[in-house]
Design a protein around this ligand. Structure first.
Ligand code: PMT
Length: 403
């Protein structure tokens, strides 16, 4: 693959030199593009020596060996001649420029002309990473199908401890390989004719007009399933609890808040569904009675009475018919045992069990690591991967149930 490696101005820029070496060792051709700020941290000569190519640092400086290629349109030529764009490290400023389509240097201009897969490995201060502006830009970039390699947590250059350090080069390389593999695959439309009813996100169970019980589900896993199912030709109804994700284009999305609302919408949309995937983290309990007035602080312990919600998955299992039913299990241990119990108790075709409570997997993360427990006693381990990848491995099983 011909890869453009964009390096932007952060202390982690020096790590991009090793990344260039790893990419070349994996058989890729690398064209380095450094922003002006990146040059403050690392010299172009380092990349020129590693890649054997002149490094592009300026929109008006030609790196092309083709003397006829005008430097004025070089960004178009480079965009057309390369298969993948990787930016590592990607600063908050670069993410903002890409998200909003600003084109004020070679890299951001070339990005607008680039039509292949894009992998972004951000690195920045933890407060900058957590800022709503950065997070909103990431939502927009993810919605465009770009691969985001989340930064790791640790001591940052500014001396604080938090999330923001550039992911390990091996992790970035794995994301590049996943993007390359996905780009090489012809589009598979194997779910054409299927109507998937997918639930995602948390539920919120009101205590009073200003408070509710909820959980850490971000909706990412369920939305990844919906996106992957659409790409594979399925019709998708996505029943979503409150999340801050852009709905996948092409899905019929129904927003709900409580477990009871989710139950009502799922049942109302069941008739046309050929497969149901219950990925939502539905509250098992809700306050027995939500107060109509704000509960006042009394300075004494407060006891809440909770009552069980309807188990939607169990209800679907009772009326399953020919429909494929896939449940999830969020567990903190004994995945195999709990998955097997849920599979039988809820009459499912498959349970997707994930370990939750750890870092960089399960709730909120862009990655997951799951065990598929299938009817008939088969287990499939899927190692840690981006949720888009996990979603496709889950959907692969639908074809097996049909045959
Ligand atoms: O949203 P993300 O941040 O991407 O995180 C993804 C995830 C961790 C939420 C997801 O991968 C996941 O594990 N979803 C299921 C969470 C859950 O509620 O697990 P559970 O073991 O408590 O429930 C088992 C199954 O019963 C689930 O399919 C659930 O949807 C279903 N259920 C639970 C309670 C209820 N009242 N009705 C249900 O249908």
């Amino acid at each position: 693959m011909r890869i453009v490696l964009g390096v932007t101005g952060g202390i982690a820029a020096y790590k991009a030199a090793e990344l260039a070496r790893l990419l070349i060792r994996s058989g890729h051709e690398v064209q380095a593009v450094l922003t002006r700020s990146a040059e403050e941290f690392i010299r172009p000569l380092t990349f020129a020596s590693l890649t054997g190519r002149k490094v592009i640092t300026d929109i008006f400086s030609s790196a092309s060996p083709d003397a006829t290629l005008s430097s004025a349109v070089e960004h178009i030529g480079v965009a057309q001649e390369h298969d993948l764009l990787l930016i590592a490290p990607a600063t908050a400023n670069t993410l903002a420029k890409l998200a909003h389509g600003l084109a004020d240097d070679f890299l951001s201009t070339m990005y607008l002309a680039f039509t292949g897969p894009v992998v972004l490995a951000p690195a920045m201060n933890d407060k900058m990473w957590a800022h709503p502006a950065t997070q909103a830009n990431l939502v927009a970039l993810r919605a465009r199908g770009h691969y985001i390699v989340d930064p790791g947590t640790g001591f940052l250059a500014c001396g604080t401890l938090g999330q923001g350090r550039l992911a390990e080069n091996e992790t970035i390389l794995a994301a590049v390989e996943a993007a390359v593999e996905a780009a090489l695959q012809p589009p598979v439309r194997d779910l054409k004719g299927e109507h998937l009813l997918i639930t995602a996100g948390p539920t919120q169970e009101p205590l009073d007009p200003v408070r509710y019980l909820t959980n850490r589900s971000s909706g990412k896993m369920g939305y990844a399933l919906a996106q992957a199912a659409l790409e594979r030709g399925a019709t998708v109804t996505l029943v979503s609890g409150p999340v801050s994700l852009n709905p996948p284009v092409g899905a019929q999305v129904v927003q709900v808040r409580t477990a009871q609302e989710m139950y009502d919408v799922v049942i109302a949309n069941l008739d046309t569904a050929t497969t149901v995937i219950k990925c939502a983290a539905v509250a098992d309990y809700r306050p027995a009675a939500a107060s109509s007035e704000k509960i006042k602080k009394a300075g004494t312990p407060l006891t809440l009475e909770l009552t069980p919600t309807t188990d939607i998955l169990a209800e679907l299992g009772r009326t399953k018919g020919n429909r494929i039913l896939i449940g999830f299990a969020a567990e903190t241990g004994n995945l195999r045992d709990y998955a097997t119990r849920k599979l039988e108790a809820k009459n499912c075709d498959m349970i997707v069990a994930n370990l939750v409570g750890g870092p960089d997997s399960g709730f909120e993360s862009d990655n997951n690591e799951v065990l598929l427990a299938l009817k008939g006693g088969e287990f499939i381990d899927i190692p840690k991967a981006p949720k888009a990848e996990i979603a496709n491995r889950i959907l692969d099983q639908i074809g097996r149930f049909r045959s």
